[in-house]
Ligand binder design. Structure first.
Ligand code: HEC
Ligand code: HEC
Length: 220
């Protein structure tokens, strides 16, 4: 497992990486807005581009691994897994960070430093990684969460929690991150908001959230 660094060390590391242009091209913001989703489709359907994207993805992911873990399975319950995550969803989140619509100081800077090809490469790389299975720590709570999940959440995230191309996979996601995220949607946080998720968490109590998290984080 990779050693995790404190945020200050990572910030310093990031500026070194940027200066050496191993990641992105600082100061060279794209002149025209790139349609990331259209470029993703183009790369996916062109074998030569796809091969190059995978190589780029491996290179970029070696830096992300400091927080998101080897193969995208985070070792920190507050940092999301990227393993097995759906490509269009991931790419949309990179857009939200880059535009400051979703807020996290480090991630906003990190994503702005990546080129379009680096974003697409890293997203394709993570989508192919396996999510590590974590059995539930409290089976009774997880069973309650399963009932809740099967009434509400399955409609968009699917019976197995895998979402679809555009909707997040949540199966096996880190429990601390899930709790934080569900409370942000419910409470209308400025850090992250979404109308569909606000509507679907509005009536959740903290106990409902704990139960759903116990279930979802242990889904395969
Ligand atoms: C210093 C630690 C750190 C590093 C390094 C890092 N991330 Fe993150 N990342 C986070 C944290 C923490 C979050 C959760 C932010 C939040 O929602 O509050 C996150 C969230 C994300 C998300 C959203 C995931 C989701 O499920 O919605 C994506 C995508 C992402 N990071 C991509 C990357 C990529 C790509 C890299 C490498 C180029 C990277 N990150 C490097 C800490 C980091
Ligand atoms: C009507 C469709 C819909 C329903 C029902 C729904 N979701 Fe979502 N969910 C979404 C969408 C769309 C997003 C992406 C929002 C964004 O970009 O922030 C999302 C995002 C999430 C995320 C963030 C994933 C990540 O990696 O950061 C979590 C966690 C989540 N949903 C959990 C749930 C749970 C638990 C329920 C049931 C209580 C639920 N959702 C019900 C549509 C839905």
């Amino acid at each position: 497992m990779k050693k995790r660094f404190p945020a200050a060390v990572l910030t310093a590391l990031l500026s070194v990486l940027l200066a050496s242009s191993a990641l992105g091209q600082p100061g060279k913001a794209p002149a025209v807005e790139v349609d990331l989703q259209a470029r993703l489709k183009e790369v996916e359907s062109t074998p030569r581009l796809l091969e190059a994207a995978h190589k780029t993805g491996v290179k970029v992911a070696s830096f992300c691994a400091n927080c998101h873990g080897e193969g995208g399975n985070s070792a920190n319950p507050d940092t999301p897994n990227l393993a097995g995550q759906n490509t269009s969803y991931l790419l949309e989140q990179t857009r939200q960070f880059a535009e400051g619509k979703r807020k996290n100081l480090f991630m906003e800077g990190m994503i702005r430093a990546l080129s379009t090809e680096e974003k697409i490469g890293v997203v394709l790389h993570y989508a192919q990684q396996e999510v590590a299975y974590k059995p539930p720590t409290n089976a009774a709570l997880a069973a309650k969460g399963q009932d809740y999940y099967n009434k509400i959440c399955f409609r968009c995230h699917g019976d197995q929690g895998r979402g679809n191309d555009k909707i997040a996979r949540i199966a096996g996601q880190q429990p601390g991150y899930l709790t934080l995220t569900l409370k942000r949607y419910r409470d209308g946080s400025a850090l992250r908001s979404d109308p569909l998720m606000a509507a679907n968490t509005k009536t959740m109590t903290d106990v409902d959230i704990a139960a759903v998290v116990a279930y979802v984080s242990s889904m395969k």
